[in-house]
Design a protein around this ligand. Structure first.
Ligand code: 5AD
Ligand code: SF4
Length: 489
């Protein structure tokens, strides 16, 4: 039987739809935790919700289009049940502000990523005053540096176990914002100035997560390797120092960090990745293009030769390190020769995988104002497919070389293709877990293994996944909460 929200007046029902990056997933988790503390209850059915929130992304037009069309659907819910509160949160809220209310006047709250702590009070106010509420941060040139920084609030302390996608894994934000101002990118405008968080807060937050059963954390920052902080005792912290401090948390087993900026890939960091066994041997460090002219237009602050030199340093320092990258194809003025240079870069870099995007002009960015979006959509599509094919062939080749090898994985949960309920499954199900080089393994196993670490042997591969078998004589059934017991690895 469906319970209508009217029958449970004390528990407002909340539906949250999140698009975009890991930062957004974390932001949604924090907003949900805060609303639950105020008596809200999550629902997976928007038709049952009293409050519908969209946490949005602005990085490409496509992500925005998806939200505007979802808002079109939600309008019908609002017409039937006018008391339902609708919210637009995140980067699109910061970027479009009033325009959202013009295009979707039935929206009740518009809240930028730097104002998310205000969501509960704004929802209340919108309900009480029956008019839309907006909280956005200052524009990047809308005041003094301090005023702008202060308008992007830190919103990280509360963590609620029940809200994470996995009880064993968690994101931990170590930096907010970005100061690189790549000419195509809207992030410095939507997420504000670069600010590193106090390492002592990060360590405390991680300890809390570990107490809740988390054994793997992913440190998040737009340019995570630019992390720097001076504590009150005058000590300067870099990402390498933070990794070392986190390594000291006994029941924390794995630490990953994303996303790195090529120019800030210092030797101390690479040595930390090499020397600290808890740190993934995996670096996500977007190149964006393999052509100097394009990199200059993108204002990426490095040349192709410098990127190559960085790749060489990564592999010299950390044997077996996996590297992944992002690319934008069809950026303004990208000739066929320029694109071919990107293909060459992918060929010689042998990335584990690459995320490839067609250039999408963003209002408010330098590229939007300075350069015409002159590459036809068809050409962008073809270059996207061609580059992906080159990358996939490399991934396949490198994965084939792993057949027969055994890796330790954290069993994350059922694989994407598993249909059904793991809690009631009787026999083995298809499970998924990642290696310390961030490779995805797929294997059959008992759902009880979820959350534990075990060894799997690679049997066959695609460019994306390693199909594996559980190495039965070396299984660790130990769950994170019981890690005082020895773990066989
Ligand atoms: N168009 C296309 N892709 C973009 N990215 C950032 N801005 C744009 C844009 N305007 C890509 C970059 C970045 C990733 C998160 O999104 O490759 O690394
Ligand atoms: Fe955007 Fe460049 Fe900052 Fe990455 S480094 S978030 S691409 S401005």
């Amino acid at each position: 039987m469906n319970v209508s929200p009217d029958e449970t007046p004390n528990r407002l029902k909340l539906f949250v739809d999140t698009v975009g990056c890991q930062m957004n997933i974390l932001d949604s988790e924090l907003v949900i935790a805060k609303l639950r503390a105020q008596g809200y209850e999550l629902t997976t059915d928007p038709l049952l919700a009293d409050t519908i929130l969209f946490n949005t992304c602005s990085v490409r037009q496509h992500a925005e289009d998806k939200i505007y069309s979802a808002l079109g659907r939600v309008k019908k819910i609002k017409q039937r049940r006018p008391n339902v509160a609708i919210g637009v949160l995140g980067c699109m809220a910061q970027k479009d502000q009033d325009e959202i209310l013009k295009r979707a006047p039935f929206v009740d709250i518009v809240v930028g990523p730097g104002q998310l702590s205000k969501v509960p009070e704004l929802l209340e106010k919108a309900r009480a005053e029956k008019k839309p509420q907006m909280a956005v941060s200052k524009a990047r040139y809308g005041g003094s540096k301090l005023e702008i920084v202060e308008s992007f609030e830190e919103f990280d302390p509360i963590r609620e176990q029940a809200m994470r996608m996995s009880p064993y894994q968690a994101f931990v934000r170590i930096m907010m914002g970005c100061d690189k101002f790549c000419t195509y990118c809207v992030v410095p405008a939507t997420r504000g100035p670069e600010q590193s968080r106090d390492p002592l807060d990060i360590i405390e937050e991680t300890k809390l997560l570990v107490d809740q059963g988390v054994s793997e954390i992913t440190l998040l920052g737009q340019t995570v390797n630019s992390y720097k902080y001076t504590t009150t005792d005058g000590r300067q912290w870099r990402l390498s120092d933070l990794l070392l401090a986190l390594d000291g948390i006994p029941d924390l087993r794995r630490i990953k960090f994303i996303t790195s900026f090529p120019k800030d890939m210092t030797d101390d960091l690479l040595q930390a990745v090499r020397d600290i066994p808890k740190v993934f041997r995996y670096i996500h460090v977007p190149a964006q293009s393999g052509c100097d002219e394009m990199l200059k237009r993108m204002k990426r602050l490095y040349t192709v030769a410098q990127y190559d030199e960085m790749m060489a340093r990564i592999h010299e320092t950390i044997p077996g390190c996996a590297v992944s990258s992002d690319f934008i194809v069809g950026f303004c003025g990208e000739s066929e020769e320029a694109f071919e240079k990107t293909v060459r870069l992918v060929e010689r870099s042998r990335f584990k995988n690459s995320f490839i995007f067609k250039y999408s002009p963003r209002r408010g960015t330098k590229a939007h104002d300075l350069y015409p979006d002159d590459i036809p959509e068809e050409t962008k599509k073809r270059r996207n497919n061609d580059l992906l094919a080159v990358q996939n062939a490399i991934s396949m080749e490198d994965n084939l070389a792993l057949v027969g090898n055994t890796f330790e994985v954290l069993v994350e949960g059922p694989s994407k293709s598993f249909q059904g309920d793991v809690d009631t499954a009787t026999g083995p199900v298809q499970l998924t877990g990642r290696t310390m080089t961030d490779r995805i393994c797929i294997f059959d196993g008992n759902p009880r293994l979820i959350g534990s670490y075990m060894n799997v042997k690679v049997v066959s591969v695609t460019g994306v996944s390693l199909f594996s078998e559980v190495v039965t004589d070396r299984v660790s059934h130990v769950k994170p909460a019981q890690w005082s017991l020895p773990v066989i690895s």
